[in-house]
Design a binder for this molecule. Structure first.
Ligand code: NAD
Length: 504
């Protein structure tokens, strides 16, 4: 949390009424309509009512944005700039995002249904921190000198890949953009990025702040519009050197086809998950664990790729833990995302809510037992609200334990022995994250190594911080990592320069 003031609900409403929303494509440092002139409506998921019309880009707009970004890459206005200058400009941008966190957070809350305490208090400060972290690294990353034979000098240098395409999801619109833009821009690339069509508004304003910070025109371009036109055009574009995607496994796969069928651009995929939380029988601090379990699965309405949606708990402590989770949930208010007391806002869209409710029906029909939640609430608001829902008596082969629901639904599965717990945890096509709770150091180390996932939290639900890489095993990821200096790898090429010296 930060010291940025979260507005009271009346203040928030008044500030929203006076927002001036950016709704057009951002190309070459300017806002413009889509080539087709088309627009689409973006709505507030907490009311189902329209907020604004956003330019509906298409392949022609992607072409225009890539052409501008290519010119900016080729003339070196960013890539050949002194790295210290790039750092200063990006740090200024991070500072602007932070100083505008309240406006950006309000935009995110009405566009994505996320609670205001999260958007203003966490998402925007984290977005700024991410940009700042990568910016600071811009002039602190060195190449290498190889141990080449006498009479030669061999340097290994990293260069920007060139023009990067990015396609991102709606669950953390600003943060997911920052995870791509921070490392891609810090390493000297130019970028064409597409936000999810349901959540374009914060990124358009963030891009405008980039120009104010001094990012040269053409370096950062935003094309809004649907995935199957704009997203595919980015995936297939022959003049993009890399594409970074965060979203579902299903769509992620397509990017490998797009690249294979066009120019073999580099592909980075951050995908879905079905992450386990393992609780061993020696735990004692049920309150703390319950708080972590609730955050892991219900934070951001469960619309979280690393959501701990399977609670794999030892039979001897299950009842006690579920009581503690129930007590913890008493403080989790579901409702108007503009209310600072709200912990759970609205799901992103009617379609997504129906998908989550369908999974709840599937869980019931598979024989699992709903112990809390289980149906839509606050329907009179017009918003898409589903409360925390817990299924007990789940078997790991049930669909609700295997498929990503991406909503506030927890499946509780019992175990008896450590090996069984690990086997259940690994028995999923995904491998993004996992957490485990024990007081036994041996169990902690053993199980952390045995789990097939990219991020393991021990005695905490954690995705690490900006210093640690984030990426998935199995169907959860491909081609690299977000965050940390590891993220710089996929936005840079490795070049060998072999120099033959004249004989003495
Ligand atoms: P999605 O795959 O439907 O969409 C992601 C992006 O891809 C959007 O911008 C969308 O417009 C675009 N897209 C859709 N169809 C496309 C197509 N045919 N070609 C090209 N682009 C297309 O995912 P979503 O519903 O926005 O987000 C939820 C998913 O994202 C979940 O599976 C979640 O786990 C995953 N996610 C993963 C991470 C991570 O870091 N691993 C982080 C956040 C979300």
């Amino acid at each position: 949390m930060t010291d940025i003031m979260i507005p009271a609900i009346e203040e928030a409403r008044a500030e929203i009424a006076s927002l001036s929303l950016r709704t057009r494509l951002f190309i070459g440092g300017e806002f413009r309509e889509a080539a087709s002139g088309r627009r689409y409506v973006t709505e507030n998921p907490a009311s189902g009512r329209p907020i604004a019309e956003v330019a509906e880009g298409g392949p022609a707009d992607v072409d225009a944005a890539v052409a501008v970004a290519r010119r900016a890459a080729d003339d070196g206005r960013w890539s050949r700039r002194n790295p210290g200058d790039r750092k200063r400009i990006l740090v200024r941008w991070a500072n602007l995002i932070e100083s505008n966190a309240r406006e950006l957070g309000l935009i995110e809350t009405i566009d994505a249904g996320k609670p205001i305490t999260d958007t203003v208090g966490l998402d925007m400060p984290e977005t700024a921190a991410c940009i700042r972290w990568h910016a600071e690294a811009a002039d602190k990353t060195y190449g290498q000198v190889a141990p080449s034979p006498e009479g030669t000098v061999a340097t290994i240098v990293r260069e920007p890949v060139g023009v990067v395409g990015a396609v991102i999801p709606w669950n953390y619109p600003a943060q997911m953009a920052a995870w791509k833009l921070g490392p891609a821009l810090a390493t000297g690339n130019t970028v064409v990025i597409k936000p999810a069509s349901t959540t374009s508004l914060s990124l358009l304003r963030i891009a405008e702040l980039g120009t104010e910070a001094g990012i040269p025109d053409g370096v950062l371009n935003v094309v809004t519009g649907p995935g199957d036109t704009v997203g595919e055009a980015i995936g297939r574009h022959p003049d993009l050197d890399a594409v970074a995607f965060t979203g579902s496994t299903e769509v992620g796969r397509r990017f490998l086809h797009y690249a294979a069928e066009t120019n073999l651009k580099r592909v980075l995929l951050e995908l879905g998950g079905k992450s386990p939380q393992l609780v061993f029988p020696d735990v004692t601090d049920f309150e703390t664990i319950a708080a972590n379990v609730a955050i892991a699965v219900f934070w951001n309405m469960g619309e979280n790729c690393s959501a701990g949606s399977r609670l794999i708990v030892h039979r001897s402590v299950k009842d006690r833990l579920l009581q503690a989770v129930a007590a913890e949930l008493a403080a989790w208010r579901v409702g108007d995302p503009l209310d600072p007391a709200t912990r759970i806002g609205a799901l992103i869209s009617r379609g997504h809510m129906e998908r989550v409710l369908h999974y709840i029906e599937v869980g019931r029909s598979e024989g699992a037992r709903v112990v809390t939640g289980g149906s839509r609430i606050l329907e009179e608001t017009g918003g898409y609200f589903v409360p925390p829902t817990i299924f007990d008596g789940v078997r790991n082969d049930m669909r609700i334990a295997q498929e990503e629901i991406f909503g506030p639904v927890l499946s509780v599965i019992e175990f008896e022995a450590e090996a069984e717990a690990v086997a259940i945890a690994n028995d999923t096509p995904y491998g993004l994250a996992a957490s485990l709770y024990t007081q036994d150091l041996n169990v902690a180390h053993r199980v952390a190594r045995d789990l097939r996932a990219g991020v393991i939290g021990v005695n905490a639900y954690s995705e690490g911080d900006m210093t640690t890489p984030f990426g998935g095993y199995k169907l959860s990821g491909f081609g690299g990592h977000d965050k940390s200096l590891h993220a710089h790898d996929q936005y840079t090429e490795t070049k060998t320069i072999w120099i033959q010296l004249a004989a003495r």
